[in-house]
Design a protein around this ligand. Structure first.
Ligand code: HEC
Ligand code: HEC
Length: 88
């Protein structure tokens, strides 16, 4: 039968908590620091005013798509829910 060593177990628990905290901080900071917010200009004014982010998201691709006024960069992540990443 395996009897867990209490000291070792305590250490593992501590390491686990630290790893989780580190991951949370990473997830929280990563998109915040790099992703440009929704611009505040005439083009984007109406989207700041819109109640529903979901409705606004649908309209972004009219200009931000291949062949549009301002296409997305090549390496852009999956372009759904624009305002989830590009904060107002
Ligand atoms: C009428 C066309 C049009 C629509 C609709 C539109 N955009 Fe734009 N967007 C532009 C143009 C043109 C630019 C580049 C010039 C500028 O910054 O205004 C731009 C720039 C941007 C940028 C880059 C800002 C930067 O720092 O370079 C982001 C992010 C962006 N738009 C997000 C959005 C999102 C999210 C939506 C939908 C809620 C949206 N746009 C809807 C035309 C549009
Ligand atoms: C998963 C997060 C995410 C989603 C969802 C997302 N984007 Fe982005 N977008 C980024 C990142 C990251 C960049 C490149 C870094 C930056 O913004 O500077 C970027 C860049 C851009 C740019 C280029 C201008 C710039 O600042 O480099 C435009 C325009 C843009 N996104 C529009 C959109 C539109 C329109 C949608 C919805 C159809 C959308 N994005 C959805 C994360 C996202």
């Amino acid at each position: 039968m395996i009897t867990p060593n209490p000291a070792r177990r305590k250490w593992l628990n501590g390491a686990f908590v630290l790893a989780c905290a580190g991951l949370l901080v990473f997830l929280y900071l990563a998109p915040e620091e790099t992703t440009s917010p929704l611009p505040v200009d005439d083009l984007h004014q109406e989207f700041h005013a819109m109640e529903s982010k979901k409705e606004a998201d649908k309209l972004c691709v009219q200009c931000h798509s291949q062949g549009g006024e301002s296409p997305l960069p090549e390496n852009h992540p999956d372009p759904y829910r624009c305002l989830f990443c590009h904060k107002r």
